[in-house]
Design a protein around this ligand. Structure first.
Ligand code: DLZ
Length: 157
């Protein structure tokens, strides 16, 4: 039996964060959480690019261009959709999640969905705040592990 896993070593990783400017009061914290996590796991700050888009709905467009460039081992989409303040909130979050997954499969690379759905501003604050509750941080952890695992699996084929 052979067990194959990814590592949590981000050294040498080139990652792009694609970030929604809508609700940037919160998304800026997600960016900080993701950057902190990547750097603490060995990534160089110079290897992290941050790309801003108007709203979460535009995350897949920019992610597609970045994936197509072949420059990155992982992408992380970051956004915040607050249900109480946004009509069709669940349509935005589900559509974006589906499109990011489609791109991830198409380009054979991790493209992580870090769009936070929140019922209220308070809930958004909790999910975008301190490290253990920061979705940017947890998405960066997933990106590191999946980039490593993807490389290992592709090296075998
Ligand atoms: C229009 C809109 C609304 C109402 N709410 C949000 C939101 O809560 N979070 C978010 O990231 N973006 C929102 N947007 C903007 C859309 O994502 C998109 O930018 C516009 O519909 C233009 O395509």
């Amino acid at each position: 039996m052979k067990t194959i896993t990814g590592t949590m070593d981000a050294s040498g990783l080139k990652v792009a964060l694609v970030v929604s400017r809508f609700n940037d009061l919160f998304t800026r914290n997600l960016v900080e959480g993701a950057k902190d996590c990547l750097v603490q796991h060995g990534a160089s700050e110079d290897a992290i690019d941050v790309v801003w888009v108007p709203g979460s709905f535009e995350l897949p467009n920019a992610a597609k261009e970045l994936a197509e460039s072949g420059r990155y081992q992982a992408l992380i989409g970051l956004g915040v959709v607050i249900e109480g303040a946004t009509d069709h909130a669940s349509i935005i979050t589900h559509t974006v999640a589906q499109k990011l997954m489609d791109l991830s499969l198409q380009y054979r690379m991790p493209i992580i969905d870090g769009v936070v759905g929140a019922k209220t501003m308070e809930q958004a604050m909790e999910r975008c705040g301190a490290k253990q509750g920061n979705r940017g941080w947890s998405c960066a952890l997933v990106a590191i592990e999946m980039a490593s695992l993807t490389r290992r699996l592709q090296d075998r084929s």
